[in-house]
Design a protein around this ligand. Structure first.
Ligand code: ATP
Ligand code: MG
Length: 154
């Protein structure tokens, strides 16, 4: 079964490292210029997942939760696609899609890129239509779960 099929059924991870590995593997399967909406409550592993994406895209910089910024841009340095940008957006402090206008984020979504969004429901109307939606949750006895929603139109 492919990773995408497994993610549609739901994948359980037992450590942050395992979540990063799943994310790194997924990074290779994402279409060009994709958007990935990471749904789930505090501490379910959204930022951890973005760390794995970054590793998969050949980004050496450490990915952290943006505390004072809403988004962070990471350029791949080692072996990733040339000129590639990972855009990590944390919408937690935003209240509406309208607030996205002022951030001028569109200017940074130049090909090739991947946009990863934490708290996507805060800016639901702004997300690209083709965004992939991943639900993250805490499972039993310390595990975490990842599940990819069916693509729209399927
Ligand atoms: N299987 C797992 N997958 C992901 N994270 C795990 C797992 N097991 C333990 N953890 C730990 O859970 C925490 C997840 O925190 P993380 O910052 O990734 O969550 P978040 O969803 O981004 O939270 P927030 O909503 O506050 O931004 C980390 O400390 C990580 O090490
Ligand atoms: Mg986070």
């Amino acid at each position: 079964m492919t990773l995408i099929d497994r993610l549609h059924r739901g994948v359980t991870t037992r450590s942050a490292a395992e979540t990063r590995t799943v994310a790194a593997e997924l990074s290779a399967l994402l279409p060009a210029d994709s958007a990935l909406a990471l749904h789930g409550d505090l501490g379910v592993g959204k930022t951890t997942f973005v760390q794995g994406l970054a590793r998969g895209f050949g980004i050496d910089a450490e990915v952290t939760s943006p505390t004072f910024t809403i988004y962070t841009l990471y350029r791949s340095s080692s072996g990733g696609p040339p000129g590639f940008t990972l855009v990590h957006l944390d919408a937690y402090r935003l209240d509406s899609a309208a607030q996205m206008e002022g951030l001028l984020l569109d200017d940074f979504l130049t090909t090739p890129y991947c946009l990863a969004v934490e708290w996507p429901d805060k800016i639901a109307g702004w997300l690209p239509e083709g965004a992939w939606h991943l639900d993250l949750a805490l499972g039993a006895s310390g595990s975490h779960s990842l599940r990819l929603r069916p693509a729209l139109g399927l």
